[in-house]
Design a protein around this ligand. Structure first.
Ligand code: HEC
Length: 401
């Protein structure tokens, strides 16, 4: 084997652990996400009965159990017993669950029990038989494998147990809380759409404000000489460890005096306050790392602080700003605690609405997954939008030669 080939082989083998780790990490992220996505598109009943990975299985009800237990008397065509036609949808739809069907096995017809104890199907076979009868008799339509009903339901805020918005509108028609016009219902005040708007109304200012203020502060800490600079900066670093929960009560009382409870302004200020220390810390370190010559030559050219800040520092700090924006936005977007305490149901944000979707018995998954996906799509889009700033060379093009 020649040397070049051998070295290449070795370098490929050396990289295997890295590749395995990367693929593993991707799987850890992708698998649950895929599960969530698939679940959100499955019909309610399917979500309640089987796991999302079962979508690949065929859903045709199988006739094997029926053939084992029932064909002898009822026949392969379902109607061999003259007085009872198992192929008729009105007969079969009377059996709303397997227990209803199972009790007929105790009845006596012509002096003999319907099915003797030891010949009865077990629960699983019974389920299969009922499914088979339902589909064959046309009592229910074959449920589609995928549906957008979950998304529709969360968008209009339809939350009755069982059934879907479409069904309810078809069968019962409009009610005072439901106009059955999709767009009209989707823009009602308790619908997810409003929650998305509220979440934006909270997140965008809560991202811009701290980063803007942190930019000013970071500039001062990095380039201005003033007394107490080091102490203040140390204090700031220390402030990062103050737990948010500790301040809930005092801030709440303060807001009550100022009339800020239940207002967006209150939440903005709160998030700004808690975003600032870390933002200043990160921005200062980034700005202090920029080459001194650029800034100093700008001063020599007669540029004032404001001009240097706006024209030189901010554009150069874009990667730091992008990274901070992403973190801050995600944190605020996914925050439930602050929104719950300072906004509550006055201006329900998306996370608040999500928390209301699950009922206390753990039902309502199908809607929950759809809503979770809607709420997840937005930070994901923000990330994809900003990520090129991460990759962009930090100083490319700003220093000549
Ligand atoms: C030994 C023969 C036999 C077997 C096996 C049998 N059935 Fe029946 N089944 C009958 C007879 C006979 C009747 C009564 C018809 C009548 O009302 O006169 C009946 C009635 C029924 C009815 C109507 C019950 C009612 O009271 O409304 C249902 C439903 C039914 N069978 C389902 C099944 C299913 C499902 C199986 C398989 C698990 C099965 N049967 C197996 C003979 C049988």
């Amino acid at each position: 084997m020649n040397r070049v080939l051998r070295e290449r082989l070795i370098s490929i083998i050396n990289r295997i652990p890295l590749h395995v780790a990367v693929i593993g990490l991707c799987l850890i992220w992708i698998l649950p996400t895929l599960g969530l996505l698939i679940t959100s598109f499955r019909p309610q009943q399917a979500v309640n009965e089987t796991g999302w990975w079962e979508v690949v299985k065929s859903q045709e009800p199988t006739s094997t159990a029926y053939q084992t237990y029932c064909t002898d008397c009822h026949g392969a065509n379902l109607s061999a017993v003259p007085s009872i036609d198992l192929g008729a949808s009105d007969v079969v739809s009377g059996f709303t669950n397997t227990r209803r069907l199972a009790v007929t096995f105790n009845r006596e017809y012509n002096g003999a029990v319907h099915i003797p104890e030891d010949q009865r199907p077990d629960d699983e076979s019974l389920r299969e038989i009922l499914d088979y009868l339902r589909i064959e008799s046309g009592a229910i339509k074959m449920p589609p494998r995928f549906t957008v009903n979950n998304y529709k339901d969360v968008m209009v805020g339809y939350d009755a147990r069982g059934g879907t918005y479409d069904q309810a509108c078809e069968e019962e028609g409009p009610t005072p809380t439901r106009s059955c016009d999709f767009w009209e219902d989707a823009t009602r005040s308790d619908a997810i759409f409003k929650g998305v708007l509220n979440s934006f109304a909270v997140s965008i200012p809560s991202t811009i404000l701290p980063i803007l203020l942190a930019g000013f502060a970071a500039y001062a800490f990095a380039w201005l000489d003033f007394r107490g600079r080091k102490v203040m900066f140390a204090l700031l670093v220390g402030l990062q460890i103050v737990p948010l929960q500790m301040t809930l009560v005092p801030v709440f009382r303060l807001y009550a005096d100022l009339g800020l409870n239940g207002s967006f302004l209150g939440v903005w200020l709160f998030h700004t306050g808690f975003g600032l220390p870390y933002a200043i810390y990160l921005m200062r370190n980034f700005i202090a790392g920029l080459p001194r010559e650029i800034v100093e030559s700008a001063y020599l050219d007669g540029a004032g602080h404001w001009r240097v800040f706006r024209v030189i520092i901010m554009p150069l700090a874009l990667p730091a700003i992008a990274a901070l924006s992403i973190f801050q936005f995600m944190w605020v977007w996914n925050d439930l605690l602050v929104a719950l305490i300072f906004l509550g149901n006055k201006a329900p944000v998306l996370t608040y609405q999500l928390s209301q979707l699950m009922d206390s018995l753990g039902g309502g998954w199908h809607r929950m997954t759809a809503a979770a996906f809607i709420s997840m799509a937005i930070p994901l889009a923000v990330f994809l939008l900003f990520q090129r700033y991460f990759v962009r060379g930090l100083l490319s093009g700003s220093v000549k030669g």
